[in-house]
Design a protein around this ligand. Structure first.
Ligand code: GAL
Length: 486
């Protein structure tokens, strides 16, 4: 990156822009947008930049002022795997875990990315040993956790474990509060790869103070252990957990029902700006395959979780999968959305009015200048749902190739203004749009970019359309540009 004075734009138009920007409290040189009292919050903006000669523009919830992440090298994409809780609850034992690990392999789920095998509550004895160490339940885990880890590792998978930032876990096994260092060492000595850290029976202190203690203890072991914060979204963890954990729950527990899944998706959506490589919003584990929703409803559940960059932790019995459920869980095109290296959480971009409020468009940017779109009908009756390029942050007229991620088909010809599909009740259609060369830039922003063009430093700048609102379309209409060096 060059320093900003080297790259001052000679174009006089800049000063016109700068004036407007200054009036709005934006410094034109650094592009920093000063918002009172909220200096570290992420910002949404239009980001336009040149990458190897290619112009790129898309709505980005780019976190320009991002707090430092946990930096344990884990969670660069959302975690994928399996967790025992949603199906088994407390009825777990080592046979179930051994068989589940094998099933992940022979079903092919491991091959498409599900690599964590995570124990939830109820793996430990109710008392610690005389030295204060946690003990695996003798009756149900007689071989011990290290043996489990060895088995899982031999299959090329990873083992996750569960504890609690309180005196007990929710099912009354010992919690780790006050035992963080000792328990982290125990987990590392068992070669555990992932810790889900719950919030039951805590001492009433803030999660912001309790959760970093275990983070430090895990880091101190020297073993990379994925850290999954589970304080149920109580203290808005998205706002503080990025430097603490790799994921943070944004919601209470999921129930295997449509209404629960929809409610959690909406709650999680609120925090979209805060997710990114290394730290993800977690609206809880998948219920796909547990029987409480129809296949189409599970397809919605899986699609929206993938689009929101949620952890894809299977919550059913993978030893006994119906083909249609396996088909959902192993759809590699949808998984590809979740695991996209750009790591931007997709969000709801449009919701119909009144009676049409259940007709929604969810969308987000993907690497390679692509956009994922979910036409989601939450109502009971079929409807036509349309997403225009303006809804999605594309310029009208941009030719786009449309790929249907569930039918595994590419639409014939290019779409240039909108896509529309008939979507059955409680169902969804999911697409990836790939703009074809020409102009995918919003026209006014493109103008701004061209103004900047004579300056050879242009490629070192992002031009970000300021926002004081969340509505990207109206922002685009306002046409305020600020210059921001990355
Ligand atoms: C809850 C948690 C669930 C599950 C359960 C186990 O607090 O949200 O996901 O872990 O505890 O007792």
């Amino acid at each position: 990156m060059r320093n900003s004075s080297e790259c001052r734009n000679p174009n006089p138009n800049l000063w016109a822009f700068s004036l407007v920007i200054l009036l709005l409290g934006v410094s034109p040189i650094t592009g920093r947008i000063h918002r009172k009292g909220d200096d570290t919050s992420p910002r949404i903006g239009w980001s336009i930049f040149k990458e190897e000669g290619e112009e790129i523009a898309r709505p980005v919830n780019r976190q320009r002022v991002r707090p430092l992440g946990l930096n344990n090298g884990l969670g660069l994409t959302p975690p994928m795997g399996w967790n025992s809780w949603n199906f088994f609850g407390c009825n777990i034992n080592e046979t179930v875990i051994f068989e589940t690990a094998s099933a992940l392999v022979y079903t092919g789920l491991a091959d498409v990315g599900y690599n964590y095998v995570n124990l939830d509550d109820c793996w430990a004895e109710r008392e610690r040993d005389e030295d204060g160490n946690l003990l695996p339940r003798r009756l149900t885990f007689p071989s011990g956790i290290k043996a489990l880890a060895d088995h899982v590792h031999a299959l090329g998978l990873k083992l996750g474990i569960y504890s609690d930032a309180g005196f007990y876990t929710c099912e009354k096994q010992p919690g780790s509060l006050g035992y963080e260092i000792q328990d982290a060492r125990t987990f590392a000595s068992w070669e555990v790869d992932y810790l889900k850290y719950d919030n039951c029976f805590n001492d009433g202190s803030k999660p912001e103070t309790r959760y970093p203690v275990m983070r430090n203890a895990l880091n101190a072991t020297g073993r990379p252990i994925f850290y999954s914060i589970c304080e149920w979204g109580q203290d808005d963890p998205a706002t503080w957990a990025k430097p603490v954990g790799n994921t943070w729950r944004t919601t209470g527990d999921i129930v295997d029902k449509w209404s629960s899944m929809v409610k959690l998706a909406d709650k999680n959506d609120k925090w979209a700006d805060y997710a990114g490589p290394g730290g993800w919003n977690d609206p809880d584990m998948l219920e796909v395959g547990n029987g409480g929703m129809t296949v189409e409803e599970y397809r919605c559940h899986f699609s929206v979780w993938a689009l929101m960059k949620a952890p894809l932790l299977i919550g059913c019995d993978v030893r006994d999968l119906k083909p249609e459920i396996l088909g959902i869980l192993s759809n590699e095109e949808v998984i590809g959305v979740n695991q996209d290296p750009l790591g931007v959480q997709g969000r709801r971009v449009k919701k119909g009015l009144w009676l049409r409020r259940n007709q929604q468009v969810w969308s987000g940017p993907l690497s390679g200048n692509r956009t994922v779109v979910l036409l989601w009908n939450r109502g009971l009756f079929g409807a036509h749902i349309k997403a225009t390029w303006a809804d999605l942050g594309l310029t009208s007229g941009t030719p786009v190739i449309v790929r249907d991620l569930w039918k595994h088909e590419t639409w014939e010809g290019n779409s240039v203004d909108e896509i529309e599909a008939r979507v059955d009740g409680r169902s969804s259609e999911m697409f990836i749009l790939t703009p074809q060369a020409s102009s995918s830039l919003p026209s006014r922003v493109k103008q701004g970019f061209q103004d900047n063009e004579p300056d050879s430093c242009a490629k070192h700048f992002n031009i970000i359309l300021d926002r004081s609102l969340d509505n990207r379309t109206s922002l685009l209409g306002k046409g305020l540009y600020s210059f921001y060096s990355m």
